[in-house]
Design a protein around this ligand. Sequence first.
Ligand SMILES: *Cc1c(COP(=O)(O)O)cnc(C)c1O
Length: 414
Amino acid sequence: MSDTPKAAPVHAPMDQFESQGGELLVGGMPLSRLAERVGQTPFYAVDRALLDARVAGLRAALPASVSLHYAIKANPMPALVQHMAGLVDGLDVASAGEMQVALNAGMPAQDISFAGPGKRDAELAQAVAAGVLLNVESPREARALAHISQRLGLPARVALRVNPDFELKSSGMKMSGGPKQFGVDAEEVPALLHEMGTMGLAFEGFHLYAGSQNLKAAAIVEAQQKSYELACRLAEHAPGPVKALNLGGGFGIPYFPGETRLDLAPIGDCMANIAADAAHRLPGAELIVELGRYLVGEAGVYVCRVVDRKVSRGQVFLVADGGLHHHLSNSGNFGQVLRKNYPVAIGNRMDAAQGAPLSVVGPLCTPLDLVADRMALPEAQPGDLVVVFQSGAYGATASPQGFLGHPAVVEVLV
Ligand SMILES: *Cc1c(COP(=O)(O)O)cnc(C)c1O
């Protein structure tokens, strides 16, 4: 610890992108030129090389025997899903629509799993016909799948999604423990497993998903260990051997000032211990980690252009052509309790000194349309490019694009 007090950080880390001559480089291209290439602002751009590096880093930290799945709801852009299909071992989908994207990307049905509450019978039938693994979320779903399997003469491949009796601590979004709409409560699982044994389904294993957006390795390790122990106990009631054990993910990325990147080392150690133990307790079981934002979030930026600069009672507002309607999560309205700033920069003035705090707002007629709230940024003018980092996940498809009728956002992979 140094003696001099440090100023509070303005941003979460955004050093994954380099800059040159004051221009942010995305996919190796200066941002102003990329904006010309795209032909409009606002746009999302995801950097292929950063996706590659992220997956390589994760593979190096985790035991080689652990399979890596990409949960495509984080970013279902077809070109990106296709790129990821070549890097990971499987794709996780949460609707029949996402399943089509995953199949179109060339991922074998064998390596696609389909989770989500409230799967309609038509979606279940599509999934059985495709041959993907279904994560069963309720007794009703199991029974519907039994009927569909019989009708198609094709046993549904199923894993049982378990709502554990614990939660993921320090998580941005808790999805287990207590009453939840996801999965089957752990205490109800043995009875349902016995019933499933009589249903003509192809039982393959378990799915446990404790939560999302966690930056504390210790909390993730605890959830992984508890999930594994619970799966071993439940496996004694299973109608067949466990071939796949999906232990979830929840690996977070730093979005807000003061947050730092997740330390993968303890998670790698924990997975190695689990893999060694599973080799004799669940022989033949594939261990799976499923991640969304961790794989793609830091590889993407959202770019909009300053349209106007206003001063209201001493406060500077840059009014941009993009905002909440394309990037709800950055506006603070996608699950945040207290709004904080994502990392933001002026992408064509990366070398300029920071000026007085200013706010970047979008074009919508609502005070919720904030891109950056009173942030130290360089002096910027109409025509400059505002860049929001950590925007590769939960962007375009997680935003209300129809709201106020502004033009749609374009997405590119560079
Ligand atoms: C949303 C979700 C994910 C991805 O979450 P991230 O926080 O983006 O990693 C993975 N699995 C399931 C079951 C999910 O619901």
